[in-house]
Design a protein around this ligand. Structure first.
Ligand code: MG
Ligand code: ZN
Length: 221
């Protein structure tokens, strides 16, 4: 890269950093807990949101930002649950960035919410590189993706506070060594919490909801 293009890249990254900080300040000022949910396509982000919202919407005021390259499919699924949902279409970009979130926030009166969930674009790689201003990152790995993923895509596992191992109802039919994943992940990130869930049967969702409740109550103080 030439010296000029290096400077341009650095300026863009610094601008993103500034916007992420200003998003974070906004969330803190309004005492809204913000979660950045990441995974590869098809791991179950929207299904997890459906389960989470069903379990929590009577106690918390929830809003959702849906990130997808294209389409309104996921936003329509969430809107059906009666929750405020803003769809971001990245138009090709394979991750959300702080700037996109800042624009979406113009449509969300933050003082009306306790909990904002950002569903990132399905991708196991670069969403982990972009700070959106969220409080916590959580990620899903489904058992159909294979137990080698933490070794192949370590960054997302390193940046997440919670790993949800989803589709555990399918374990009898696939080769997936949960203990191997737990061991690798705890070496990559000693502070990560691992929860085993099935969005299909509802198993384990109570523990996830409990983690969220604790996290939301911390934001209120
Ligand atoms: Mg989606
Ligand atoms: Zn990307």
């Amino acid at each position: 890269m030439s010296e000029i293009s290096v400077t341009v890249v650095r300026n863009i990254l610094e601008a993103q950093d500034r916007i992420a900080k200003s998003n974070r300040k906004l969330f803190e000022d309004h005492k809204v807990f913000v979660l950045n949910l990441m995974s590869s396509p098809g791991a179950g982000k929207t299904s997890l949101l459906e389960r989470t919202i069903e379990a929590m919407k009577s106690s918390y005021r929830i809003a959702v930002i849906e990130g997808d390259i294209q389409s309104q499919e996921d936003a329509l699924r969430i809107k059906r649950l009666g929750v405020e949902t803003i769809q971001i279409n990245t138009g090709g970009a394979c991750h959300l960035d702080a700037n996109m979130i800042q624009s979406a926030l113009e449509k969300i009166p933050l003082n009306a919410y306790d909990f904002l969930i950002i569903e990132n674009v399905g991708n196991l790689v670069c969403p982990a590189e972009f700070d959106l201003g969220e409080h916590e990152k959580a990620m899903i790995l489904s058992v159909t993706e294979g137990d080698d993923k933490p070794l192949k895509y370590p960054l997302m596992f390193q940046k997440s506070s919670v790993l949800l191992i989803n589709k555990i109802d399918l374990i009898p039919y696939v080769t997936f060594n949960t203990e191997r994943v737990k061991k690798t992940v705890s070496e990559l990130n000693p502070r990560i919490q691992v929860l085993e869930i099935s969005c299909k049967t509802g198993e384990g969702i109570d523990k996830w909801v409990e983690w969220l409740r604790n996290r939301i109550s911390l934001c209120k103080h």
